[in-house]
Unconditional design. Structure first.
Length: 336
């Protein structure tokens, strides 16, 4: 009986200070960012993350423009290499930053992901591509992955190209599920929804998740709030995490909850003549740590497992207390 482990993390956001830290004389390296958590990511048969930036080329950094309701993100191409090296297999690209660098940035982002061997879904370069589905054969279990966003920070769809970004529209998602059911054993739906810095899902989000469960989704992964939210488990067939929190970021709104996330691990099996079932659900709590002792006046950010004391990282007593506080909250939300 085939059994696989799927890992998933939340938002991968690269702000300007992370780019500055990664700068080298001849380029960039983000490898150290993931060095402490890469072993956990690589243990899975399929690892999924939400790419909340773009690869627009030379114009990397964080900017603001009037037409957007938030910052506009673009990141050096080396970040894609670091994600692949760390163990990521699939990146979802439908989120509120999909159109931050326009059509050219969206297209180039997907090109860079292709060049680094990273599968993707949620945004598309052509109408034909938008009509195809991401299906991965993982040790004999066919996994379909869908990605949708509630918005793009008030940036409208490119003229004549509404298919470039998957928007959350229940009828559309149900239609996609119906088409995927015949081609897959397991369907993962990634939803960029909810409200930033809210700690609980809304009634509308819960209704949408229930609808998608009824129509064929097995695992629903939420993102966008930048903080962890609760999960919903229904028997051996359905799992939803309303928000996986931040995986790569910085402290947002001076809120330490935005430094806390998880690596979700889901074991799934499928008998030869039967349907898939979820065998177990576990997680590795994570924390975004800024090491200010690397060089005077500099900091080096790392994602670290929030599972034990990290003496070699020289954590301050204040940070250790915050990590313990986040660990208790994670256990309260998700168990453990």
């Amino acid at each position: 009986m085939p059994e696989i482990r799927i890992a998933a993390v939340g938002d991968l956001m690269v702000k300007l200070h992370l780019i500055s830290e990664a700068r080298l004389p001849d380029g960039y390296s983000f490898d150290r960012l993931f060095s402490e958590v890469a072993p956990f990511l690589k243990r899975a048969d399929l690892t999924i993350g939400n790419l909340e930036t773009t690869f627009a080329g030379s114009d990397s950094g964080t900017h603001r423009k009037r037409k957007s309701a938030g910052p506009l993100f673009s990141c050096p191409d080396e970040f894609a290499h670091a994600l692949k090296k760390a163990g990521f297999d699939v990146l979802t690209t439908a989120n509120n930053h999909s159109l931050d660098t326009g059509v050219k940035g969206l297209v180039r982002t997907l090109d860079i992901l292709d060049q680094n061997g990273l599968a993707h879904t949620g945004t598309f370069r052509s109408l034909k591509e938008s009509r195809s589905y991401l299906i991965r054969d993982v040790q004999g279990i066919r996994v379909g992955i869908l990605s949708y966003t509630k918005g793009t920070n008030r940036i409208p769809d490119p003229a004549g190209k509404p298919w470039m970004v998957n928007r959350i529209a229940p009828r559309r998602i149900v239609r996609d599920l119906q088409k995927l059911k015949a081609k897959t054993d397991l369907i993962v739906v990634c939803l960029h929804f909810g409200s930033e810095y809210f700690y609980h899902p809304t009634a509308g989000q819960k209704r949408l998740v229930s609808l998608l469960f009824r129509k064929g989704a097995h695992i629903i992964l939420g993102s966008h709030p930048h903080v962890l939210q609760t999960s919903a488990v229904r028997g051996k067939r359905h799992l939803a995490i309303y928000s996986l929190g931040n995986f790569v970021s910085t402290r947002l709104k001076n809120n330490p909850h935005t430094q806390s996330g998880i690596i979700l691990n889901v074991k799934v099996s499928k008998p030869r003549k039967g349907k898939v079932s979820i065998q177990s659900v576990s997680y590795v709590p994570t924390w975004v740590h800024r090491n200010r002792s690397v060089q005077p006046g500099q900091a080096q950010t790392q994602v670290i497992p929030n599972t034990s004391e990290q003496k070699e990282l020289q954590l301050s007593s204040e940070e250790q207390q915050l990590m313990k506080q986040m660990l208790r909250r994670t256990a309260k939300l998700l168990g453990g």
